[in-house]
Design a protein. Structure first.
Length: 317
């Protein structure tokens, strides 16, 4: 891998030449911008105005490394070690999913609901289930500082990243390591044995007060959908945060709704990110479990990707 000289514009040309057969042109330009933004703080206009800037040999090596990794289809966010989400800079690595724009849309919906008082905002207590990088929990806390925010994940490695991101963004989050599916399993066992279900919640949440808002971007891609996925997702992002069995696509939604029936305050709301193929099924499941005001919302690309439902208030029960 060689450049004509060490000017920035020559690095631009190298990116385009080395990656032209692997990625669309627009995506290559995005890789270029992300790389120069990370290493030199370039803005979009700087990419033109500073194209004659000369790089040192050590700086050139950084870009050579980026190109080599991109050729292996490693996501650019993992290569650079960070990404942006709802105006926040977050660390990411192979232990957490890379936040997507539709998750930003979900966060924006929640914030708008709270601001417009669709959701009661005084002393708001929020739980983010399957927090991963912490993106949802941190964005909500930064935009609703009065809220008390909890974030749960099964992965210790993911929680390490989430805690670093909370510190990076000066957001006070209560992190919990537990498996939400255990609530569903224990609940099924206690129900079959006609036992009291009050202690079936995840261990760290048994003593907690009820939440006013529960949000989750759970695993929702079926194994059968793998074939349609790109290599940079399939080969590098954590499968435990992505996939569910073909025969139980609603596994996590069912578990979270069962949990919400026990730990969500009356009148509280549940928000989900959805697999668009199962949006109606999730809404039906929520209704069957007694939730009301079920709303499916489309993302900016027109896909049904977000959901909100409400637990009936005491007055209605």
């Amino acid at each position: 891998m060689k450049v004509i000289d060490n000017r920035a514009v020559s690095v631009y040309a190298l990116f385009r030449k080395e990656l032209e057969n692997l990625y669309p042109t627009e995506e290559i330009e995005t890789f270029l911008f992300f790389s120069f933004s990370e290493y030199f703080g370039f803005s979009r206009s700087d990419m033109v105005l500073k194209k004659e800037m000369r790089l040192s040999e050590s700086e050139l090596l950084k870009f050579f490394r980026v190109i080599r990794k991109l050729k292996l289809h490693v996501p650019i966010q993992y290569i650079l070690g960070n990404t942006e989400f709802y105006g926040l800079k977050l660390k990411v690595n192979e232990h957490v999913l890379i936040p997507r724009p539709e998750t930003e849309e979900l966060v924006d919906w929640i914030i708008r609901d709270v601001t417009s008082s669709v959701v009661e905002k005084q002393s708001l207590k929020i739980l983010d289930i399957g927090t991963g990088s912490g993106c949802i929990a941190i964005a909500l806390k930064k935009n609703m500082p009065e809220a008390e925010v909890y974030a749960l994940d099964i992965s210790a490695n993911a929680l390490t990243v989430a805690k670093e991101n909370a510190e990076l963004n000066t957001a006070e989050i209560h992190f919990l390591q537990d498996d939400i599916l255990e609530f569903y399993r224990r609940g099924a066992e206690t129900q079959s044995n006609n036992k009291d279900k009050k202690n079936s919640a995840p261990l760290h949440l048994r003593g907690e007060k009820k939440f006013d808002l529960i949000v989750s971007n759970p695993p929702y891609i079926t194994e059968a959908e793998k074939e349609a996925m790109s290599a940079n997702v399939l080969d590098y992002e954590p499968h435990t945060a992505l996939f569910v069995p073909d025969n139980d696509a609603l596994l996590f939604y069912r578990a979270i709704l069962d949990f919400a029936n026990e730990k969500l305050a009356p009148g509280g709301n549940v928000y989900f990110e959805l697999n668009s193929s199962y949006a109606a099924a999730v809404a039906g499941l929520a209704a069957d479990k007694g939730f009301i005001n079920c709303i499916i919302r489309k993302d900016l690309s027109g896909k049904e990707r977000m959901f909100r439902s409400e637990k009936e208030s005491l007055k209605k029960l």
